[in-house]
Design a binder for this molecule. Structure first.
Ligand SMILES: [Zn+2]
Length: 469
């Protein structure tokens, strides 16, 4: 079972890129190098990169209760087509994941329907953060706090006392908080003054940077006071990136995520793409996008996530004030980021870019989720999760290639550079050039108390790109 050898790949290893073979025995990496013994099925890489299986630590696969928007199976197909072998799913489902029983019920629904391995981010009840004490690391080691809500995220923590309690409890039980950091009070104030946005162009001014910056500043203060581990999701502005980088370098246990769409789009794209890039947090301007790229290439950002949050096209076409924020993105994530890296720095070393992808899309998320004993690196003994990535293929995304249930993408018509050819999860092929494997993904055990590094790439074994080798 699950024996396989990949030959002739450019192996993206923790200490550099080397050409050679990699062997998987019983689902685990058993040999790496030029003379790795051949066992089981042989896959010819033909000089493609072999990356560690990618980990998308921010998806909404809509199970349970919102399966009109996405099925776990189709979400996991989109992920596999994007080189992803593990996801961490968000708790804002119907019902939400507020108890250990909710986690087991959710796992039962997913069993036999997933092309990827998975973990769950636990939900924090806004009126009763004490519910977090009931969880063990089996169910989750990260808990999601929404400081701002929207159509599919109604459980918002608005009470400052409850938020302090959440920080205290998370510290006490060893949970890391993953936070949607926008201040709902700021937005409510603006809406009451100016009214709801009636066009997509008015959406960003109604959900401005001030809401995000205020929330991040408060999280940093709480982090100082309680010492709780905090990972800020989908950072969208230059100011947030500056504050979080500064807090990290001051020694606070904070880290942050950047999404593929905040790297790919900017405010002027709103006229063309409208509802498709109505997102929460909103898409910002060119200067913010530039700062986010710097956060990724310099090693300040610990993880990249897709925030894969699909909605049916009919929902997205509702009037601007009613259209729900979110887009599908797990399939597009590595493709958009690789394309961005190569276009922005065409003279840059592709090997360095491949190592950067391995850091922010495999090693960093593995640390975030407490999975480093099994995932995140090409290393003997770890799970045989591999991605064959052709760095030079140019291809255009059209609707027929979109795997998510909703069948649309904000990237339709984009010509990408680089393409996932084959995705291998624990030695099984889960995706190969448009063909999907068996949905035998597993609910993973996580270890608590791992820290993703304060944006310091060197700590994870991967050099920062801005540091000399
Ligand atoms: Zn999200």
């Amino acid at each position: 079972m699950s024996n396989l050898t990949v030959r002739n790949g450019r192996l993206v290893l923790p200490d550099g890129v080397r050409t050679g073979s990699i062997t998987v025995t019983d689902g685990r990496i058993s040999a790496i190098g030029g003379h790795a013994p051949v066992t089981g099925r042989v896959v010819e890489a033909g000089g493609a990169y072999v990356l560690p299986g990618l980990i998308d630590s921010h998806v909404h696969f809509r199970t349970p209760g919102l399966t009109g928007k996405e099925e776990w199976l189709t979400g996991s197909m989109a992920a596999a087509a994007g080189g992803v072998t593990t996801v961490a799913d968000m708790p804002n489902t119907v019902p939400p994941l507020f108890t250990p029983e909710d986690a087991y019920a959710k796992a039962e629904l997913i069993e036999g329907r997933s092309l990827v391995d998975y973990r769950f981010h636990l939900g924090v009840h806004p009126d009763d953060p004490g519910g977090l004490r009931a969880f063990t690391p089996r169910e989750g080691t990260t808990a999601k706090v929404f400081l701002c809500g929207h159509h599919t995220a109604p459980h918002v923590m608005r009470n400052a006392e409850r938020l302090r309690e959440t920080f205290a409890i998370a510290r006490e039980v060893g949970l890391r908080l993953v936070v949607h950091a926008e201040d709902s009070g700021v937005f409510a104030l603006l809406d009451a003054w100016r009214g709801q946005p009636v066009s997509y162009r008015e959406y960003e001014p109604a959900r401005p940077r001030s809401g995000a910056i205020v929330a991040v500043a408060r999280l940093i203060e709480l982090c100082q006071e309680f010492g709780t581990q905090v990972h800020v999701l989908h950072v969208s502005t230059a100011e947030e990136a500056d504050l979080l980088a500064a807090a990290g370098s001051a020694g606070l246990p904070v880290s942050f995520e950047v999404t593929g769409h905040h790297l790919s789009f900017e405010d002027r794209d709103v006229d063309r793409l409208g509802a498709r890039i109505r997102l929460s947090p909103a898409i910002r301007g060119a200067g913010d996008r530039e700062r986010l790229w710097k956060a990724v290439t310099s090693g300040e950002a610990a993880t990249l996530g897709s925030d894969h949050a699909p909605h049916a096209q009919a929902d997205k076409l509702l009037p601007a004030a009613e259209a729900p924020p979110g887009l599908p993105g797990t399939q597009e994530l590595v493709h958009s980021v690789w394309t961005g890296l190569r276009r922005r720095d065409p003279e840059g070393s592709p090997d360095d870019h491949a190592r950067l992808i391995a850091r922010v899309l495999a090693d960093g998320p593995a640390r975030l989720l407490g999975l480093t004993a099994r995932k995140g690196r090409l290393e003997v003994g770890l799970d045989g999760d591999l991605v064959l990535f052709d760095p030079d293929e140019n291809w255009t995304l059209d609707r027929t290639a979109v795997a998510t249930k909703v069948g649309w993408s904000a990237y339709e018509g984009w010509t990408f550079t680089g393409r996932v050819r084959t995705t291998i999860r624990r030695g099984e092929i889960s995706y190969d050039r448009g063909v999907f494997g068996t949905p035998s993904g597993q609910w993973l055990e996580g270890a608590p108390h791992e820290f993703p590094g304060r944006g310091n790439g060197a700590a994870s074994g991967f050099q920062r790109l801005d540091q000399p080798e």
